[in-house]
Design a protein around this ligand. Sequence first.
Ligand SMILES: *[C@@H]1O[C@H](CO)[C@@H](O)[C@H](O)[C@H]1NC(C)=O
Length: 139
Amino acid sequence: MGIYLFSLFGLLCVKGHSLGLDSNKIGQCTYKGQVYNDGEIIPSDPCQPRKCISGYVPLAFVDCINPQCVDFVIKSGECCATCPTGMNCRLPNGTLMPGKEIRIMPDGKTCRCVHTFGFGKEPHNPDALCTFLDRQISM
Ligand SMILES: *[C@@H]1O[C@H](CO)[C@@H](O)[C@H](O)[C@H]1NC(C)=O
C-alpha cells in the first residue's frame, strides 16, 4: 500500500514537470534499456528498491528486522518477513507456542521463546529454550 501511494506521488511529480518545463526529458533515467521519468518507481527486487531521482538511479538496500515467529511469511512485493499469527517459537515436540507463554514439557523442562532483535529475514531463535527450572536458578 505504501509503495502504491508513493508511485502515485511520483506520477504527480512527473505531471508537474511537464506542465512547468518545455522538455519533459529533464531528470529522466535510463535503467536496463528502459526510460523512466523523474520520481518514477522502477520495478525491481523489493529488497533493493529503485527510483529515478533527477537522472540517477541510486542503489538502496532494505534492512529487515528478523521476524519473531517460526511461521513467518514474506508477502509478494515486500522485502521483510511478517508474523501473521504473532510472535511464537517451536517447542521440542514441534508445536508452535505463542511468544509470551511458558510451557512445562512432559520431561519436566520449562520452555519459553527467546526473542532477540537484529537484522535478517528469518527468526534468530526459532526453537524454544527449554531448561530444568531448578538448574536454571542454581546457575
Ligand atoms: C507439545 O507440547 C505442548 C506442551 O506440553 C502441548 O501443549 C502440545 O499439545 C504438544 N503437542 C504435541 C503434538 O504433542
